[in-house]
Ligand binder design. Sequence first.
Ligand SMILES: Nc1ncnc2c1ncn2[C@@H]1O[C@H](COP(=O)(O)OP(=O)(O)O)[C@@H](O)[C@H]1O
Ligand SMILES: [Mg+2]
Length: 313
Amino acid sequence: MMKKTEVNDVAPSSVAHVVGQQGVVEQVKVALDAAFEDTRRFDHAMLVGPPGMGKSMTANVIAQEMAADFHEVLGQSIANVGDLNGLLLQASDKSVVHIDEAHELNRKLQTALYLATDKRRIFISGSKAVQSIPIADFTLLLSTTDEYSLLQPLRDRMRLVLHFDFYSSEDLATLLHHRSKALGWSVDEGLLPHIARRSKGTPRLALRLLQACRRVCRSEGEDTLTCDHLHRACNLERIDELGLGPTEQAYLRILSDGPTRLNVIASSLGLPPKTISAVTEPFLIRAGLTSKDDQSRRQLTSRGYEHLSESSP
Ligand SMILES: Nc1ncnc2c1ncn2[C@@H]1O[C@H](COP(=O)(O)OP(=O)(O)O)[C@@H](O)[C@H]1O
Ligand SMILES: [Mg+2]
């Protein structure tokens, strides 16, 4: 077997290995039990939450628990109904089909998708008539950062809605402990809670920081990861004490001039407004650094001002 040196070499493969996210785990366990009892496929499900919270990992765990084959594609890589049909035709009964970033599917594709799951057929319009071809009875999983950007009829067909929320620092420290143990990495006492606190409640960031620590540690020919490695890794990646990166730091600086509209922030950061509201803002609001005023303008809280003055030279 190849030596495991990457945090993603050892991702959870069963629901028992999923850390935290109790609500989602409970829903998945009940749905798995129900599917086993009735010897049928897993219910269609929508997985909702910010990036890096474990949606893809959970989709994978569901497929492994069901011992089902797993087909995964990104919404943006399905360009037309032909691509979608190709995906649906690949699936067999009980397969798990995961469409990640499902909000990237346009209306036409979302419509074709819910018609296909309803009728268990795909429709191909030829030169004379519309031809229909049967498809298998597979499980459809849709992941998205924003459930309301999916069409209502498509959402209605998802039996389960799994809402992923930010992780506590304790859960992140546990997750890091499992991962570093599985990789056989030696870690200084006290380091993992520090990484957890700088990870914005997000497993993907926690694991990235762990990997960055490891990189610094190994680059110096050392074997045990320490807080010193963490500080150097954070400096290299320009991550501050709260785990905020350059984009979030810039976001806070823009607000320091007073309440600001989303469009204005988006154009100064050079990012789409949707990305900012679905990706950048949830953690800042949750951490109590920013809020929205009654005209939906973004503003700093006193805590936000404090953080900005502490972190900027
Ligand atoms: N609850 C969890 N327990 C263990 N590992 C997790 C958990 N949630 C996420 N991860 C890990 O964090 C990383 C990011 O998760 P991922 O499923 O890709 O997030 P998403 O699809 O929501 O963007 C992956 O390496 C995944 O294995
Ligand atoms: Mg994903």
